[in-house]
Write a new protein. Structure first.
Length: 123
């Protein structure tokens, strides 16, 4: 059960997806068609090679359209927890060089969440 935090300013919209909206390439890349526009899909479970279970079915999760410097991608998430103010803390040195992460924070329930760097995910 990994939790990630994302700056709300980069989230343009979020929505549910059906499998018929998905395009699966032979090399494993995925795209989603939204209102005639095709977006690459990022799944954090695959991106970070998480060993724990994560949602495979797009119909049981949500897509977030992220935009950074006129580049857009869709981030697939299992669920949205909510919006809250956080205190950004530096990432410990042993995980500092992980692409797409900018910090960490302690959530209201006491758990630790990694803060995503959308520019690192989109670049």
């Amino acid at each position: 059960n990994s939790s990630f935090v994302l700056e709300t300013a980069v989230i343009k919209e979020f929505f549910s997806v059906t499998e018929d909206m998905m395009i699966h390439e032979p090399n494993g890349e995925e795209y989603v068609m939204i209102r005639g526009e095709c977006f690459p899909v990022i799944r954090l479970g695959r991106w970070y090679d998480l060993k724990e279970e994560y949602q495979e079915s797009v119909e049981k999760g949500m897509m977030l359209i992220l935009e950074v410097e006129d580049k857009k991608v869709c981030l697939f998430v299992d669920r949205l927890i909510g919006e809250q103010e956080i205190v950004v803390k530096p990432i410990p040195s042993y995980i500092k060089k992980v692409k797409g992460l900018s910090g960490c924070t302690q959530l209201g329930d006491g758990s630790i969440a990694l803060i995503l760097d959308p520019g690192g995910l989109i670049a």
